[in-house]
Design a protein around this ligand. Sequence first.
Ligand SMILES: [Zn+2]
Ligand SMILES: [Zn+2]
Length: 195
Amino acid sequence: MSDYKSCLGCGIGKNLEEFKKDKRATLGVTSRCINCINRMARESYARDPKKKLEKNALWTAQNLQKHREMNRANGFRNKNKRLLASRLWYLENKDRHLENGKQWSLNNPEARLLISINRRARKIQNGVFSISSKEVRNLLSALCAYCTIKPSAHLDHVIPISRGGVTSIGNLIGSCALCNQSKGNKTISEWRKVG
Ligand SMILES: [Zn+2]
Ligand SMILES: [Zn+2]
């Protein structure tokens, strides 16, 4: 058995590894070498790009399942690549990252509050209900619901989460820092008794 085959395209005798596998062909490889096959594909694409697109579309239609799997695998690879890239960026720009975070926090006080109350609620696992930044902004735009004197700076859980209260728009109220701290884990009536 010869390890060489002469390519029908370029006429050069080449090692079998330089051909594509084809069980039905002589010696189990294509009659043209990989170089020639690629070159012919390039030339054919240059002559008629549409044909290639049509062929691809046809292949996709006939191999939907495989197409999906390939896409998924690609997406997975790309996701890892993205994660790695952002991780690298973070390591190289740690200071800038922190600065960006600080700046973002300053620019987005409602979102920041939202993140912190969601984190707290998730820890206790009473359930978190979807609240929008706009709803938070509305709560904060009113005066403190308790003293009605100072502007709202905190989001207070009317029924504290430690007492089973949930993080939902119905259980949140804008309050000043002082009232929020003083109320702590008490319900409103408990707090009134103390105060
Ligand atoms: Zn060739
Ligand atoms: Zn207050």
